[in-house]
Design a protein around this ligand. Sequence first.
Ligand code: ZN
Length: 177
Amino acid sequence: MVVPTRLPLVRRRCHACGSERFRAGGKFRVNANHKLIDVWLLVLCTACGETAKLTVLERVTVRSIRPELLDRLHDNDPGLAAELLQDPFVQRRNRIALDWDDAWRLVTDGSDPLDGEAVEISVRFAARIPVRPVRLIAEGCGLSRAEVERLILDGKIVSAVRLGSRLSGDFTFTLKH
Ligand SMILES: [Zn+2]
């Protein structure tokens, strides 16, 4: 299973220094004006520390927001920051993409995939983290990436999905000996 180890970085150009990565500090800004509310997630430039605001809610009536969400915003709930960063609506609205490099790890069940004749192995994703399957298979099976690529070419590793490009959702593959 592919699991996040920290929040992904946000790809966005910094107006102050030109760097292209921000990290979420886990803080929100909530601005209530009469019955309307604006909510931003604050992110900090990884190079210069400049703060930028990602729009989460814009001029929404307070009554239309679930009280549970308001509580989490006021508590600067770190889990909420993770959910919002991965929300396609928030990503589109702010024209951001996520950088998951070094922000995940592979957790295996401990069984030896090189045991037996042919094994079917499932890879699950705890979050939509784009990763090259070759890298996961190499790490999970204790092989080099070149060895995995050769096994794919030789038809010893087969899958219904394209193993050559990045995936961010569950897949299975079969390893034959
Ligand atoms: Zn900067």
